[in-house]
Design a protein around this ligand. Structure first.
Ligand code: AR6
Length: 180
């Protein structure tokens, strides 16, 4: 972790590799099969080892916008929350709502499993081409709202793979004006 930005008391953004975080849960930007892929999904499966895929095979996939939880095996986190983000198709195919659901359903698993700390990558902002600023705005707004009304998680970290992605979250903090 090189750079950290506080978005609110319970939300921070960092630049780094999500697979290195010693935290209760990390979120995987998966696909509906839950059987692995490229990007952050590939990195998580590589770092967790083959047992993660074995558990994922038992889950029967994950519809877009929903989330499922597994153990984290060789990763330094305790759990992996797998969510399937929407593919960006121009913005009129409910992409915003589906992305919001990814965050809400992942956070609900924290409430259910009493998970205190969770880290999100920029779901859908890689291969799935969701515009990054728009995605960050949805992520910050949705997480802020959830934290106000629930006891878990206690802390949320947005993990940005590049410095440029971190800059987007820093700007989002300024726009949202949320410091609660
Ligand atoms: N740590 C943090 N962020 C990362 C890392 C990492 N190690 N690696 C990539 N990112 P993507 P998607 C960022 O493409 O758009 C897979 O094949 C990356 O820079 O991983 O939801 C799945 O199986 C980007 O900002 O996920 C699906 O088929 C963000 O993570 C599909 O890709 C998400 O990029 C999902 O596409």
């Amino acid at each position: 972790m090189r750079v950290m930005t506080l978005i609110s008391k319970k939300i921070e953004a960092v630049q780094g590799d999500i697979t290195t975080l010693e935290i209760d849960a990390i979120v995987n930007a998966a696909n509906t099969s839950l059987l692995g892929g490229g990007g952050v999904d590939g990195a998580i499966h590589r770092a967790a080892g083959p047992e993660l895929l074995r558990e994922c095979r038992t889950l029967g996939g994950c519809p877009t916008g929903e989330a499922k939880i597994t153990k984290a095996y060789k990763l330094p986190s305790r759990y992996v929350v797998h969510t399937a983000g929407p593919v960006w198709r121009g913005g009129k195919k409910e992409e915003d709502t589906l992305l919001k659901n990814c965050y809400l359903n992942s956070l609900s698993l924290c409430q259910q499993n009493k998970i205190k700390t969770i880290a999100f990558p920029g779901i859908s902002t890689g291969v799935y081409r969701f515009p990054k600023e728009r995605a960050a705005q949805i992520a910050v707004t949705t997480v802020s709202g959830f934290l106000k009304n629930n006891t878990f998680p206690k802390k949320v970290i947005f993990v940005c793979f590049s410095d440029q992605d971190l800059l987007i979250y820093q700007k989002t903090r300024n726009y949202s004006g949320n410091h609660g």
